[in-house]
Design a protein around this ligand. Structure first.
Ligand code: DX5
Ligand code: ZN
Length: 219
């Protein structure tokens, strides 16, 4: 799945939850590649968003893949519900489970893209074992929980480490980055190896998200 294209993934965490369907359709019409959906349980992270019903309902408003980022404790309890709801990509935090590999295998067996997510303070080596299984590896560049935070600079170095790990295991996983991505830092992030840029605040607060997506695509 290696690609040179930059994928742009608006994060609906920054959307108006009262009109989520329209917001997702708007981002699709502006040229987004995938819709990033942040699921939070108030336990793994200190915030609560939405669950599988939102995923099932959003499917009716877009033909883009739904990239479901699970920030929930012991995600193995719920992955089947998100698969059934129509997640196209399903990512789980390595810090949230003692069953990372079986959980990734279960997602993969369902025929959708599986991925591991790593928080800012977890050494990238924590992903060494599961890397070959992943279709996508998601690096958090802020502490998970909230949109609109500042990009953590050491994430550039960490993205380079993941890029080297990908080469070492001859994987073609997409490298995704999430948190604090903006027009100023996107070029350096792509240069460090990212394929998929999640952007919440940057796109949803923009007067012209189409133009921002166009510029991100041209990196
Ligand atoms: C944070 C979420 C992110 C968030 C990114 O826990 O995983 O997806 O929406 O928002 P920005 O792009 O505003 O940092
Ligand atoms: Zn996210």
């Amino acid at each position: 799945m290696k690609t040179n294209k930059v994928w742009v993934a608006p994060s609906v965490l920054s959307a108006d939850f009262g009109k989520m369907g329209e917001e997702v359709a708007r981002m699709e019409s502006c040229g987004a590649d995938v819709i990033h959906c942040d699921v939070m349980d108030g336990l793994f992270v200190p915030n609560i968003t939405f669950g599988f019903k939102m995923i099932a309902d959003l499917k009716k408003h877009t033909s883009l893949p739904l990239d479901v980022h699970l920030m929930i404790d012991r995600p193995e309890r719920y992955v089947q519900r998100f698969i059934d709801a129509g997640a196209d990509w399903l990512t789980v935090h390595c810090e949230a489970t003692n069953e990372l590999i079986p959980t990734l295998e279960k997602i993969k067996a369902a025929g959708i893209k599986c991925g591991a997510v790593i928080s800012p303070d977890t050494p990238t080596q924590a992903l060494a074992q599961c890397f070959p299984l992943c279709d996508v590896v998601l690096l958090m560049s802020v502490y998970p929980g909230f949109g609109g935070q500042k990009f953590i600079e050491k994430s550039l170095q960490r993205m380079q480490e993941l890029h080297a790990m990908r080469q070492a295991c001859q994987s073609s996983a997409l490298l995704e980055i999430d948190g604090g991505v903006n027009e100023q830092n996107a070029q350096a992030i792509v240069a460090a190896g990212a394929d998929v840029l999640v952007a919440g605040n940057t796109l949803f607060s923009a007067a012209d998200p189409r133009e921002i997506i166009r510029r991100l695509h041209s990196l």
